[in-house]
Design a binder for this molecule. Structure first.
Ligand SMILES: N[C@@H](CCC(=O)N[C@@H](CS)C(=O)NCC(=O)O)C(=O)O
Length: 224
């Protein structure tokens, strides 16, 4: 019996955006279910039943309910190995994972909605943007140094095909732009951004395509 693949996410969620890219790169047909973070839908009993952490994304696949985007990316790679989003060489795999984790475990968590709301409550509305810009700018500077290594040349984060690192970096760059943090001065990141901006699976996953003010299609069937 085949199970429908359902991605529960919010159009501006960068963790959800990671999975939107990976699902397309791997050609996995799916349906998207919008969870409106601004309206607080992620705290509803229905959503908390899917994800006890009350976060997006959640992926229903193969009869499983999966949470934590990096764990979901690993699941997709293990169950649908082609096209590979991890290189074959163990050292290269470690590097790709290190980039993904540097973003997902270091930069992203302290830019999260609940953290920004707490910073604003403690230190005022200006502190929210200052905190976030500083965090993203410092984080991207470190990522640039990680990418700028002879063993990891290419038009993507590693080599000339997309990897898990690109699935995580591109949403972080979307966040950077939203918050007015530029990255033109970081040549490797700018190169990866330009490469992915010309790739149909990355453009199809872009948040603008899911902006409810542009198009009310929260539960519409989508194919990669
Ligand atoms: N580590 C989690 C992070 C998930 C996460 O932080 N999701 C955000 C949206 S990008 C969220 O649901 N935020 C709700 C909130 O902060 O209240 C993952 O990678 O899935």
């Amino acid at each position: 019996m085949s199970h429908p693949v359902i991605l529960h996410d919010y159009w501006r969620s960068s963790a959800g955006y990671r999975l939107r890219i990976a699902l397309r790169l791997k050609g996995i047909a799916h349906r998207r279910q919008s969870v409106d973070l601004v309206a607080g839908d992620h705290r509803s009993p229905d959503h908390v039943a899917l994800n006890p952490q009350g976060l997006v994304p959640v992926l229903e696949i193969d009869g499983q309910v999966l949470t934590q985007s990096l764990a979901v990316l690993d699941y997709l790679e293990e169950t649908r190995p082609q096209p590979a989003l991890l290189p074959a060489d163990p050292a290269a795999r470690a590097h790709v994972r290190a980039i993904a984790q540097a973003i997902a475990c270091e930069i992203h968590p302290i830019s999260n909605l609940k953290i920004l709301q707490r910073v604003e409550a403690l230190a005022g509305p200006d502190a929210r943007a200052a905190w976030n810009r500083d965090n993203i700018a410092k984080g991207l500077t470190a990522i640039e140094a990680m990418l700028d290594h002879p063993a990891h040349t290419g038009s993507f984060c590693h080599g000339d095909t997309p990897s898990l690192a690109d699935c995580v970096l591109i949403p972080q760059l979307y966040n950077a732009t939203r918050w007015g943090v530029g990255f033109d001065h970081l040549p490797r990141i700018a190169q990866v951004a330009a490469t992915c901006a010309a790739h149909p699976d990355f453009t199809a996953a872009h948040p603008d395509n899911f902006d409810p003010s542009r198009e009310a299609r929260a539960t519409e069937e989508e194919t990669p």
